[in-house]
Design a protein around this ligand. Sequence first.
Ligand code: PDD
Length: 284
Amino acid sequence: MFFNGEFMPRENVQISFEDRGFQFGDGVYEVIKCENGQALALNRHLRRLKRSLDALEIQIPSELDFAHLTRRLIKANSLHDGLVYMQVTRGVAPRAHAFPENVKPTVIAYPMPWNNPTSAQFQQGATAIIVPDERWLRCDIKSLNLIANAVAKEKARRAGATEALLYREGLGVVEGSSSNLFAVIDGTLVTAPASPLILSGITREILLELAPGLSIPLRTEVISRHELLHDAQEAFITSRGIAVLPLVAIDGKIVGDGTPGPITQQLANAYKSLIDEAENLEAI
Ligand code: PDD
Protein backbone atom coordinates (compact mmCIF):
# COMPACT_ATOMS: atom_id res chain seq x y z
CA MET A 1 0.00 0.00 0.00
CA PHE A 2 1.27 3.49 -0.83
CA PHE A 3 0.48 6.22 1.70
CA ASN A 4 1.87 9.77 1.62
CA GLY A 5 5.20 8.97 0.05
CA GLU A 6 5.86 5.58 1.65
CA PHE A 7 5.09 1.95 0.95
CA MET A 8 3.71 0.16 4.01
CA PRO A 9 1.36 -2.64 5.12
CA ARG A 10 -2.27 -1.48 5.02
CA GLU A 11 -2.72 -1.84 8.80
CA ASN A 12 -0.11 0.90 9.32
CA VAL A 13 -2.08 3.51 7.41
CA GLN A 14 -3.66 6.14 9.61
CA ILE A 15 -5.80 8.90 8.16
CA SER A 16 -7.06 11.84 10.19
CA PHE A 17 -10.78 12.37 10.78
CA GLU A 18 -10.08 15.94 9.66
CA ASP A 19 -8.98 14.79 6.24
CA ARG A 20 -11.03 16.78 3.73
CA GLY A 21 -11.69 13.63 1.75
CA PHE A 22 -13.50 12.25 4.81
CA GLN A 23 -15.39 15.45 5.71
CA PHE A 24 -16.10 17.02 2.30
CA GLY A 25 -15.37 14.35 -0.30
CA ASP A 26 -12.71 16.87 -1.33
CA GLY A 27 -10.51 14.75 -3.54
CA VAL A 28 -10.23 12.70 -6.69
CA TYR A 29 -9.53 9.10 -7.62
CA GLU A 30 -8.70 6.67 -10.42
CA VAL A 31 -9.34 2.96 -10.85
CA ILE A 32 -6.72 1.35 -13.07
CA LYS A 33 -7.06 -2.14 -14.54
CA CYS A 34 -4.03 -4.36 -14.38
CA GLU A 35 -3.55 -7.25 -16.83
CA ASN A 36 -0.50 -9.46 -17.18
CA GLY A 37 1.18 -7.41 -14.49
CA GLN A 38 0.82 -4.15 -16.44
CA ALA A 39 -1.36 -1.11 -15.81
CA LEU A 40 -3.73 -0.80 -18.78
CA ALA A 41 -3.78 2.65 -20.36
CA LEU A 42 -1.84 4.06 -17.43
CA ASN A 43 -0.91 7.15 -19.43
CA ARG A 44 -4.55 8.02 -20.09
CA HIS A 45 -5.45 7.48 -16.42
CA LEU A 46 -2.66 9.75 -15.25
CA ARG A 47 -3.68 12.46 -17.70
CA ARG A 48 -7.27 12.27 -16.41
CA LEU A 49 -6.02 12.31 -12.80
CA LYS A 50 -4.07 15.49 -13.57
CA ARG A 51 -7.16 17.09 -15.15
CA SER A 52 -9.23 16.23 -12.06
CA LEU A 53 -6.55 17.58 -9.69
CA ASP A 54 -6.17 20.78 -11.73
CA ALA A 55 -9.94 21.32 -11.85
CA LEU A 56 -10.08 21.23 -8.04
CA GLU A 57 -6.76 23.11 -7.62
CA ILE A 58 -5.21 20.30 -5.61
CA GLN A 59 -1.45 20.54 -5.85
CA ILE A 60 0.65 17.45 -5.50
CA PRO A 61 4.37 17.43 -4.65
CA SER A 62 6.48 17.61 -7.82
CA GLU A 63 8.46 14.51 -6.81
CA LEU A 64 5.34 12.33 -6.71
CA ASP A 65 5.57 9.97 -9.69
CA PHE A 66 2.23 8.15 -10.07
CA ALA A 67 3.49 5.95 -12.91
CA HIS A 68 6.42 4.76 -10.82
CA LEU A 69 4.29 4.13 -7.76
CA THR A 70 1.68 2.19 -9.77
CA ARG A 71 4.39 -0.06 -11.23
CA ARG A 72 5.96 -0.56 -7.83
CA LEU A 73 2.61 -1.48 -6.24
CA ILE A 74 1.89 -4.00 -8.99
CA LYS A 75 5.29 -5.57 -8.60
CA ALA A 76 5.41 -5.62 -4.80
CA ASN A 77 1.99 -7.27 -4.66
CA SER A 78 2.62 -9.63 -7.60
CA LEU A 79 -0.60 -8.29 -9.08
CA HIS A 80 -1.18 -10.16 -12.32
CA ASP A 81 -4.83 -9.29 -12.91
CA GLY A 82 -6.71 -6.86 -10.73
CA LEU A 83 -7.22 -3.18 -10.04
CA VAL A 84 -5.12 -0.40 -8.58
CA TYR A 85 -7.15 2.19 -6.66
CA MET A 86 -5.55 5.61 -6.34
CA GLN A 87 -6.93 8.56 -4.36
CA VAL A 88 -5.72 12.09 -3.64
CA THR A 89 -7.51 14.37 -1.17
CA ARG A 90 -6.78 18.03 -0.48
CA GLY A 91 -5.35 17.00 2.89
CA VAL A 92 -5.93 17.54 6.59
CA ALA A 93 -7.16 20.85 8.05
CA PRO A 94 -9.63 22.07 10.73
CA ARG A 95 -13.12 21.81 9.26
CA ALA A 96 -14.02 24.89 7.19
CA HIS A 97 -15.51 24.84 3.71
CA ALA A 98 -13.11 27.13 1.80
CA PHE A 99 -9.79 25.63 0.71
CA PRO A 100 -7.18 25.76 3.50
CA GLU A 101 -3.75 27.22 2.82
CA ASN A 102 -0.50 25.28 3.00
CA VAL A 103 -2.18 21.93 3.17
CA LYS A 104 -0.46 18.71 2.14
CA PRO A 105 -2.53 16.36 -0.03
CA THR A 106 -3.23 12.86 1.27
CA VAL A 107 -2.26 10.27 -1.34
CA ILE A 108 -3.14 6.58 -1.13
CA ALA A 109 -2.87 3.80 -3.68
CA TYR A 110 -3.40 0.08 -3.26
CA PRO A 111 -4.16 -3.05 -5.28
CA MET A 112 -7.61 -4.63 -5.25
CA PRO A 113 -8.73 -8.04 -6.48
CA TRP A 114 -11.15 -8.08 -9.41
CA ASN A 115 -13.10 -10.78 -11.22
CA ASN A 116 -13.51 -10.06 -14.91
CA PRO A 117 -16.98 -10.82 -16.26
CA THR A 118 -16.90 -14.34 -17.71
CA SER A 119 -17.80 -15.10 -21.33
CA ALA A 120 -21.03 -16.68 -20.00
CA GLN A 121 -21.87 -13.37 -18.28
CA PHE A 122 -21.08 -11.55 -21.53
CA GLN A 123 -23.33 -13.89 -23.53
CA GLN A 124 -26.12 -13.66 -20.98
CA GLY A 125 -25.85 -9.86 -20.83
CA ALA A 126 -26.87 -7.55 -18.02
CA THR A 127 -29.97 -5.56 -17.15
CA ALA A 128 -30.32 -1.90 -16.21
CA ILE A 129 -32.89 0.51 -14.87
CA ILE A 130 -33.18 4.22 -15.62
CA VAL A 131 -33.08 6.60 -12.64
CA PRO A 132 -32.85 10.40 -12.35
CA ASP A 133 -29.31 11.79 -12.50
CA GLU A 134 -28.97 13.55 -9.14
CA ARG A 135 -25.25 14.39 -9.45
CA TRP A 136 -23.65 17.85 -9.62
CA LEU A 137 -22.75 19.57 -12.91
CA ARG A 138 -19.04 18.61 -13.02
CA CYS A 139 -19.26 14.88 -13.57
CA ASP A 140 -16.14 15.15 -15.79
CA ILE A 141 -14.08 15.52 -12.60
CA LYS A 142 -13.48 12.07 -11.12
CA SER A 143 -14.24 13.34 -7.62
CA LEU A 144 -14.76 11.35 -4.45
CA ASN A 145 -18.32 12.68 -4.14
CA LEU A 146 -20.01 9.47 -5.24
CA ILE A 147 -23.11 9.56 -3.06
CA ALA A 148 -25.52 10.17 -5.97
CA ASN A 149 -23.80 7.35 -7.90
CA ALA A 150 -24.01 5.07 -4.84
CA VAL A 151 -27.72 5.83 -4.33
CA ALA A 152 -28.41 5.11 -8.01
CA LYS A 153 -26.48 1.81 -7.91
CA GLU A 154 -28.36 0.78 -4.78
CA LYS A 155 -31.66 1.38 -6.62
CA ALA A 156 -30.40 -0.93 -9.36
CA ARG A 157 -29.38 -3.57 -6.83
CA ARG A 158 -32.81 -3.46 -5.19
CA ALA A 159 -34.43 -3.80 -8.61
CA GLY A 160 -32.24 -6.85 -9.36
CA ALA A 161 -30.40 -4.96 -12.14
CA THR A 162 -26.68 -4.61 -12.75
CA GLU A 163 -26.53 -0.90 -13.55
CA ALA A 164 -28.52 2.28 -13.00
CA LEU A 165 -28.55 4.47 -16.11
CA LEU A 166 -28.70 8.15 -15.25
CA TYR A 167 -31.39 10.28 -16.85
CA ARG A 168 -30.97 14.06 -16.88
CA GLU A 169 -34.24 15.93 -17.36
CA GLY A 170 -34.48 17.64 -20.74
CA LEU A 171 -31.33 15.94 -22.00
CA GLY A 172 -31.53 12.16 -21.95
CA VAL A 173 -29.72 9.13 -20.54
CA VAL A 174 -26.14 10.33 -20.11
CA GLU A 175 -24.24 7.34 -18.64
CA GLY A 176 -24.34 4.68 -15.94
CA SER A 177 -23.68 5.14 -12.21
CA SER A 178 -20.19 3.68 -12.73
CA SER A 179 -20.01 3.14 -16.48
CA ASN A 180 -20.53 4.82 -19.84
CA LEU A 181 -23.53 3.96 -21.99
CA PHE A 182 -23.58 3.10 -25.72
CA ALA A 183 -26.50 2.16 -27.94
CA VAL A 184 -26.81 1.09 -31.56
CA ILE A 185 -29.60 3.01 -33.27
CA ASP A 186 -30.30 2.50 -36.99
CA GLY A 187 -26.91 0.79 -37.27
CA THR A 188 -25.08 3.79 -35.78
CA LEU A 189 -23.12 3.60 -32.54
CA VAL A 190 -24.33 6.38 -30.23
CA THR A 191 -22.89 7.62 -26.94
CA ALA A 192 -23.01 10.93 -25.07
CA PRO A 193 -20.32 13.44 -26.07
CA ALA A 194 -17.57 14.29 -23.58
CA SER A 195 -18.95 17.20 -21.51
CA PRO A 196 -19.15 18.26 -17.86
CA LEU A 197 -22.22 16.02 -17.57
CA ILE A 198 -20.39 12.71 -17.97
CA LEU A 199 -17.19 11.09 -16.80
CA SER A 200 -15.49 10.39 -20.09
CA GLY A 201 -14.34 6.85 -19.43
CA ILE A 202 -11.06 5.52 -20.73
CA THR A 203 -12.79 2.42 -22.08
CA ARG A 204 -15.27 4.73 -23.86
CA GLU A 205 -12.42 6.76 -25.37
CA ILE A 206 -10.69 3.63 -26.66
CA LEU A 207 -13.91 2.27 -28.22
CA LEU A 208 -14.52 5.60 -29.96
CA GLU A 209 -11.03 5.30 -31.46
CA LEU A 210 -11.63 1.68 -32.54
CA ALA A 211 -15.05 2.22 -34.18
CA PRO A 212 -13.88 3.94 -37.41
CA GLY A 213 -11.38 1.13 -38.11
CA LEU A 214 -14.27 -1.35 -37.88
CA SER A 215 -16.38 0.81 -40.25
CA ILE A 216 -18.96 1.35 -37.53
CA PRO A 217 -20.82 4.65 -38.05
CA LEU A 218 -20.61 6.83 -34.97
CA ARG A 219 -22.61 9.68 -33.46
CA THR A 220 -21.76 11.37 -30.15
CA GLU A 221 -25.10 12.60 -28.85
CA VAL A 222 -26.98 12.07 -25.63
CA ILE A 223 -29.41 9.16 -26.12
CA SER A 224 -33.00 10.11 -25.33
CA ARG A 225 -34.95 7.85 -23.01
CA HIS A 226 -37.41 7.16 -25.83
CA GLU A 227 -34.64 6.16 -28.28
CA LEU A 228 -33.02 3.91 -25.71
CA LEU A 229 -36.24 2.10 -24.87
CA HIS A 230 -37.83 1.98 -28.34
CA ASP A 231 -35.21 2.40 -31.09
CA ALA A 232 -32.02 0.80 -29.78
CA GLN A 233 -31.13 -2.49 -31.48
CA GLU A 234 -28.21 -2.94 -29.09
CA ALA A 235 -26.98 -1.33 -25.87
CA PHE A 236 -23.92 -1.85 -23.69
CA ILE A 237 -22.01 -0.29 -20.84
CA THR A 238 -18.25 0.15 -20.46
CA SER A 239 -15.71 0.64 -17.69
CA ARG A 240 -12.18 -0.55 -16.91
CA GLY A 241 -13.46 -3.42 -14.80
CA ILE A 242 -16.26 -4.73 -17.01
CA ALA A 243 -14.75 -3.74 -20.38
CA VAL A 244 -17.79 -4.06 -22.70
CA LEU A 245 -20.92 -5.49 -21.06
CA PRO A 246 -24.07 -5.95 -23.19
CA LEU A 247 -27.41 -4.74 -21.82
CA VAL A 248 -30.21 -7.12 -22.76
CA ALA A 249 -33.06 -5.39 -20.91
CA ILE A 250 -33.61 -1.82 -19.72
CA ASP A 251 -36.47 -0.95 -17.34
CA GLY A 252 -37.85 -4.43 -18.07
CA LYS A 253 -37.91 -3.84 -21.82
CA ILE A 254 -35.89 -6.27 -23.96
CA VAL A 255 -33.14 -4.65 -26.05
CA GLY A 256 -33.05 -5.97 -29.65
CA ASP A 257 -33.55 -9.73 -29.54
CA GLY A 258 -32.37 -9.97 -25.94
CA THR A 259 -28.85 -11.18 -26.76
CA PRO A 260 -25.56 -9.28 -27.27
CA GLY A 261 -25.79 -7.68 -30.71
CA PRO A 262 -23.22 -7.91 -33.56
CA ILE A 263 -21.75 -4.41 -33.14
CA THR A 264 -21.40 -4.93 -29.39
CA GLN A 265 -19.55 -8.21 -30.05
CA GLN A 266 -17.37 -6.63 -32.72
CA LEU A 267 -16.30 -3.83 -30.37
CA ALA A 268 -15.79 -6.18 -27.41
CA ASN A 269 -13.54 -8.41 -29.58
CA ALA A 270 -11.61 -5.45 -30.96
CA TYR A 271 -11.05 -4.11 -27.44
CA LYS A 272 -9.85 -7.53 -26.30
CA SER A 273 -7.52 -7.91 -29.29
CA LEU A 274 -6.07 -4.46 -28.67
CA ILE A 275 -5.10 -5.58 -25.16
CA ASP A 276 -3.93 -9.06 -26.23
CA GLU A 277 -1.73 -7.66 -28.99
CA ALA A 278 -0.35 -4.47 -27.38
CA GLU A 279 3.36 -4.48 -26.67
CA ASN A 280 3.05 -1.75 -24.11
CA LEU A 281 -0.25 -1.97 -22.23
CA GLU A 282 0.43 1.27 -20.36
CA ALA A 283 0.37 3.19 -23.64
CA ILE A 284 -2.83 1.87 -25.23
N1 PDD B 1 -15.95 4.17 -12.52
N2 PDD B 1 -18.78 6.87 -15.73
C1 PDD B 1 -18.72 6.86 -14.39
C2 PDD B 1 -19.69 7.70 -13.62
C3 PDD B 1 -17.76 6.05 -13.73
O1 PDD B 1 -17.69 6.05 -12.40
C4 PDD B 1 -16.89 5.24 -14.50
C5 PDD B 1 -15.84 4.37 -13.88
C6 PDD B 1 -16.99 5.28 -15.91
C7 PDD B 1 -16.09 4.46 -16.80
O2 PDD B 1 -14.79 4.96 -16.82
P1 PDD B 1 -13.53 4.03 -17.21
O3 PDD B 1 -13.82 3.43 -18.53
O4 PDD B 1 -12.40 5.00 -17.24
O5 PDD B 1 -13.41 3.00 -16.11
C8 PDD B 1 -17.94 6.12 -16.48
C9 PDD B 1 -14.95 3.45 -11.78
C10 PDD B 1 -14.60 2.13 -12.34
C11 PDD B 1 -15.36 3.42 -10.32
O6 PDD B 1 -15.85 4.43 -9.86
O7 PDD B 1 -15.15 2.40 -9.66
